[in-house]
Design a protein around this ligand. Structure first.
Ligand SMILES: *Cc1c(COP(=O)(O)O)cnc(C)c1O
Length: 467
């Protein structure tokens, strides 16, 4: 599928020898978060803030108005977000989690419950910091990684209704729908599901918000998979989704097509007043919220570009093509392919590794050792329950590895390389060694954990693909 752009500015990517990669990973404590960017050939760690900007965005950035209050750039940004979402109140923030903190400390009371299809990691952490409890109620069909169900990102409506009408119902302070569902394989949420959530929230008088970091990608998948929305543009679908909710919190580091940014959208005047006071005290005045004028300009333009059907079609096709190449190489991925990331099933590829040897992390390390590819584990290392000595007590339900796809950055040739490195691993999976934890922080373990291989099986550098 032809992308609707050509490349104007490029950045060189590093190629290290196999021995340099081995040494780099060892020095990083076998944790890809500790690698330096100049040690990485293909970086699929995150799609957040990693996209390429357009010539039109950079031209707009040159017009950035850095006035402290009431800057031109603020009004351009505000009008763009208002046109897209319809919310009367817009508060800018420097990134999504700042919006979460500002919103939750104003909206949630200690002891309350926040229900989601799946909380993003910082979202769950900010719910807890506000003294409330995050509760995930994902659609049970998401547990079948291979099924082709179109909307495995949905919330479980029966469970939501039971919880709202049950003994804990009065404690529910917020229902927050994450679109798309990053925690569950980048799967989209259907409009029918959002409409039903809205009805339940109305009936039980609970606020309904969107965590809409990937609102455009969700809209694209709705247009492709939900018959009632065939023929709608991605922008129309996104606007309809925002219309269903009472407000939203959005990281613009994804579908804002920019390195930084976010916003809170609100209908309620009192909630807006509370959030605005908090924003001014902690983020910045309410016409910049921690962002520079040039950031606001890039974002306003990015929000127009991201709903272009030609862009979304090409991006979805590129991810789907990578999934096909990986599947043909004998590596399973969570089905059906989403847009912003692919989730490799390391558990099924590496049956010789037990959960306590972290198969997902092992596959991620091997991708770096063999091809200089960086990605993130979503398995027992990240999600498992451990004791104080880092012994795995409860494994994660699946041992996955997330290949996040930055926007407008890599070409299909880069993805052919990724698939080729994976294909070599899949030919001889038993040579992938497991890992054990050497040290780990008590909180947000995956970012700072250090590990060591459990065996010394190391591939012969001479016959690896990047050599
Ligand atoms: C990235 C993300 C956040 C947090 O946003 P930051 O900009 O990284 O602070 C929250 N929710 C979802 C779904 C995200 O993808």
């Amino acid at each position: 599928m032809l992308p609707p752009y050509r490349i104007k500015v490029v950045e060189p990517i590093p190629f290290l020898s196999a021995e340099d990669r081995r040494q780099a990973l060892e020095e990083a404590g076998y944790n890809p978060f500790n690698l330096r960017a100049d040690q990485i050939t293909i970086d699929l760690l995150s799609d957040s803030g990693t996209g390429a900007t357009s010539a039109a965005q950079e031209a707009a950035a040159a017009l950035g108005d850095e006035s402290y209050a009431g800057a031109r750039s603020w009004f351009r940004f505000r009008n763009e977000v208002h046109d897209l979402t319809g919310y009367p109140h817009i508060l800018p923030v420097h990134q999504g989690r700042a919006g979460e903190r500002v919103l939750f400390t104003s909206l949630l009371k200690p002891g309350q419950i926040c229900i989601s299809n799946t909380h993003f990691d910082t979202t769950g952490a900010n719910v807890k910091l506000a003294g409330a409890k995050p509760l995930d109620l994902p659609d049970p069909r998401a547990a079948d990684l291979d099924s082709q169900e179109p909307f495995k990102g949905n919330i479980d409506l029966d469970a939501l209704e039971r919880t709202l009408g049950g003994p804990e119902g009065h404690r529910v302070g917020l229902v927050l729908m994450t679109i798309t569902n990053n925690g569950l394989g980048a799967q989209p949420v259907s409009m029918a599901n959002l409409e039903a959530v809205r009805e339940l929230c109305r009936r039980h008088r609970v606020p309904f918000f969107l965590d809409a970091a990937r609102f455009a990608e969700n809209a694209w998948l709705v247009g492709q998979r939900e018959p009632a929305y065939r023929g709608w543009t991605p922008r129309q679908i996104a606007t309809r989704a925002f219309e269903l909710a009472d407000g939203c919190v959005v990281s613009l580091k994804k579908d804002g097509l920019s390195a930084i940014g976010g916003f809170i959208g609100l209908r309620d005047d009192d909630l807006h007043a509370g959030c605005e006071a908090n924003l001014i005290a902690t983020e910045g005045f309410s016409t910049y919220g921690g962002l520079a004028g040039h950031d606001l300009e890039r974002l306003a333009q990015g929000l127009r570009e991201v709903v272009d059907p030609a862009y979304l079609r090409a991006r979805a096709a590129s991810t789907a093509r990578l999934a096909r190449m990986i599947n043909e190489a004998g590596v399973e991925t969570v089905q059906p392919a989403g847009i912003h990331a692919l989730y490799l099933n390391a558990g099924s590829l590496l049956p010789h590794l037990a959960p306590h040897e972290f198969p997902g992390h092992s596959l991620g390390c091997q991708l770096y050792l063999d091809g200089g590819i960086r990605c993130a584990e979503l398995g027992s290392l990240y999600l498992g329950g451990m004791d104080a000595k880092h012994r795995l007590l409860t494994p994660a339900p699946f041992e996955l590895v997330r290949l996040a796809i930055p926007r407008r950055v890599y070409t299909d040739t880069h993805f052919e390389y990724v698939a080729a490195v994976l294909a070599e691993i899949a030919k001889e999976p038993e040579r992938v060694s497991g890992y054990r934890i050497v040290s780990a922080p008590p909180l947000l373990r995956h970012f700072k954990v250090r590990l060591a291989p459990t065996t010394t099986a190391v591939r012969n550098p001479a016959d690896e693909p990047g050599a």
